[in-house]
Design a protein around this ligand. Sequence first.
Ligand code: ADP
Length: 406
Amino acid sequence: MITSQISQINQTVLECLNKEDEVLIVGAFAELAQRVLVANYSFVWIDSVASRDLKQVYRSLDAPFTLPVPKEGGRNYSVLKNFVPDYVTNIKKSREKSHVSKFVQSFVIIPLTYKETIYGTMVLCFKNKVIFSKDKKVICEYIGNSAAQAITIGRLKKKEHRSMLVSAEREADMKEERLRKQFIADATHEIRTPLAIIKGNVDLALLNEKRSGSFVKKTFMAIDHEVEHLSHIISDLAVLTSEVETVNGDLVKKRINLADIVESVVVRHRTLGNNKKIAIATALAKRIYVLGDRIYIARLLSNLIRNSITYGRENGWIRIETLRHGNNAMIVVRDNGIGISKDDLPHIYSRFYRADKSHSSGGVNTGLGLAIANWIVKAHGGKIEVKSILGKGTTFRISLPILKVD
Ligand code: ADP
């Protein structure tokens, strides 16, 4: 009999080891104690005597009676001092009578102690007179000890969990700080190059004050080219800074018809494509909707199409398709341009990374386009994938959660 009760107690300890909430732990033990000792009512006071602030953290729900808060110097305190349960078999003879409900005939106060720590007491009340046999006394002590052990482990786990959270937070802060510094260093480096070119051209012009109009024109054109490049870098940096600061708080998401937005971006790029005799073809499925920010989705498409033109061949082609794929809307941008090497592919979404170094100065190639595209896709809960064969062409596939298909 006693072995099965002890195994029930052990089982409760196991169940409580993952609970970090003391109230849940003492509740589980109070219920177990009632069951094992056939008591009618239990309640638990917790917080060691050291704090002088015992609080009732658990009482059985069907309580027909109440007991007074233990007073300093009262019976509970002597239990806590001696670490042994106090068994009161005949309430009538007890000096406790005045404090206890008339429905209680016997009770036991069990100290909740583990190693040197005292957590409080658990009181079990019986409507009848109970003789506490040797076995019952063993169980009472065992319950008090097990509950306190489970609380100790629960508290340790809570502490460990908290310190893990703190160190993870600290690590994330440090990582963010490193990224921020790297970002500033990269941005400074990128801005310095066009500035140096501008300065070189201005110095040259000053040295050659009296030179012809064509020389002056060439110098101004070089300066203009770099100023344009600088303004592209600054505009891209502004997008990426808003990423750092607001993640996606700045996005204004609305229902967007994918075919419409793709069409409007394509129209804007036709002239650019024509300059290189690149044909842009579309195959756009109708009535696919996504929840997105128009400006950012347009920017994403524009970055991809612009790249396909920049890294495309004369007389080449670009195909843009939208389709439904399960619960996702897919946008595919395919070109037969110069392609990206296997070594470069893993880095193309990094800020300022350029696989094709020949485009690194001047114009709109800031090395930020795909970093921005990648961020926009993520901020919309989507995925971006690339496949490319050097010399043959590149395909970008974007999937975004679909909003509705009529
Ligand atoms: P950039 O402003 O230099 O185009 P991106 O971040 O948009 O910067 O792209 C990073 C690099 O990836 C580019 O410098 C280019 O080398 C390569 N790349 C991007 N798109 C294509 C493409 N469609 N075809 C070939 N190379 C591409």
